[in-house]
Design a protein around this ligand. Structure first.
Ligand SMILES: [Zn+2]
Length: 425
């Protein structure tokens, strides 16, 4: 005997309404090539924000804005003392961005609110749409500004003082478009946070999967290496006894690639910058400087990769008579999403009959920061050729709708979990 039918199980988002909203949003900052240029806190961003607020208000949602310009649209539940289930993403774009990166997550959240509203379905906890400010970091660096403040990674005053290339500060830009709220960013509590996003990679499309159940965000470690040998004349210096710093770099570059390949399938490692001194055709290179970027979802694997890198540098240096200095300059630890949230996404996708696979995000997202302060997970949908940060970025109406449908049911799954925890139903 099956479980008694729950009326919420039949709720369906409207693919047409969601698509209409995506196309409407894409007119605000729309480019000639069909992309979007909606840099954070510009006039185009203000237009999109105002439009979003109007849509949410029409559903009876209570709007608020915090001092980082983060917008919250809250739909009440049965128990409004319980922190809301947050759903959202970002409306800002790259200068030559697409219609889907960020906008899909915000408008899928709007679609969830519209579906619940139209069905007259009251959740146990409130459901809250969130539009995070400056995810992209194209106008103000760093990226993920507001979610970083929310998660107490960045200080308020430091964030407000970030300046764009023309010297306008983040705080001034917020005021100029009327989105500097009074609520202190980070004081609000969430029961959970779910974000729909295009994959920005080729995996789901290649495997023909509808949904990526995002289990976390990979970690990153950045290193800099300087290898020093001896400059000498290329014509008069025999091969014997040369101390060529570029050969050292070449060996390490090969080793970096091999280290990633030795930890398949998720390890990635790249030397993307190389300087040679004096960089002259008839001087044996006396010094090289290069960078190493290593990524993997697990810290223990990153530790092993880092160890191998140290060995490779030491081996190359000793074999070639060079001195070497390897420095780790930046670490972004891997993010593991909340098991309950991940399970809600998985169950939601199964309930909807969609094909799925677990996936680790290669790109950074607001959810990676929010995960530090609230149970969080993400839902990926395929995008054509894995392309994003590009005007050609594309996901179909059906692909977008599946993302929103899984978001809706992940929210309902988590809502049942909350009701259960509070001893209801
Ligand atoms: Zn994005």
């Amino acid at each position: 005997m099956g479980a008694p039918e729950n009326p919420s199980h039949n709720l369906r988002v409207s693919a047409e309404r969601l698509w209409g909203n995506l196309m409407q949003a894409a007119t605000m900052g729309g480019t000639a090539k069909g992309g979007v240029c909606r840099l954070t806190l510009t006039e185009e961003d203000r237009q999109a924000r105002d439009w979003l607020a109007k849509q949410a208000t029409a559903l009876g949602c209570a709007m608020s804005v915090d001092d980082m310009g983060v917008m919250y649209a809250r739909q009440r539940g049965q128990r409004n003392d319980v922190p809301p289930i947050a759903i959202g993403s970002h409306l800002d774009s790259q200068p030559t961005g697409g219609k889907f990166d960020g906008a899909l997550g915000v408008l899928a959240a709007l679609e969830v609110l519209q579906t619940l509203h139209a069905a007259g379905y009251e959740t146990f906890a409130p459901v809250e749409l969130v539009n995070w400010t400056n995810e992209e970091g194209s106008r103000f660096a760093p990226a993920l500004t507001a979610s970083g403040v929310f998660a107490r990674v960045f200080e308020h005053d430091w964030a407000l003082a970030r300046a764009d290339r023309s010297g306008i500060r983040f705080g001034e830009a917020l005021e100029k478009i009327g989105y500097r709220g009074s609520e202190r960013c980070g004081t609000r509590k969430f029961s959970a946070h779910f974000e729909v996003h295009i994959e920005q990679g080729p995996v789901l499309e290649r495997e023909g999967k509808d949904i990526g159940v995002v289990t976390g965000v990979q970690g990153t470690r950045w290193f800099e290496c300087t290898m020093t040998g001896a400059e000498a004349h290329t014509g008069s210096t025999p091969m014997q006894g040369r101390r060529n710093a570029l050969i050292g770099a070449a060996r390490v570059i090969e080793a970096v690639d091999a280290i990633a390949r030795a930890h398949p399938p998720l390890a990635i490692a790249t030397v993307g910058l190389l300087e040679v001194r004096p960089n002259s055709r008839n001087v044996i290179p006396g010094e090289t400087f290069f960078t190493i970027d290593m990524r993997h979802p697990r810290d223990d694997v990153l530790d092993a990769m880092e160890h191998k890198l140290g060995d490779a540098v030491a081996d190359a240096a000793s074999a070639l008579g060079l001195s070497a200095a390897l420095t780790k300059i930046w670490t972004q630890p891997p993010v593991v999403f909340d098991p309950d949230c991940v399970e809600c996404v998985r169950r939601a996708a199964a309930r909807c009959g969609y094909s799925m696979r677990d996936i680790v995000s290669g790109a950074q997202h607001d959810s990676a920061y929010v995960a530090r302060v609230a149970p969080t997970s993400m839902i990926f949908v395929p995008c054509r050729d894995g392309i994003s940060h590009n005007e050609a970025e594309f996901s179909s109406q059906e692909q977008c709708a599946r993302g929103a449908q899984v978001l809706l049911h992940a929210v309902l799954e988590f809502d049942r979990l909350l009701a259960h925890r509070h001893g209801q139903k």
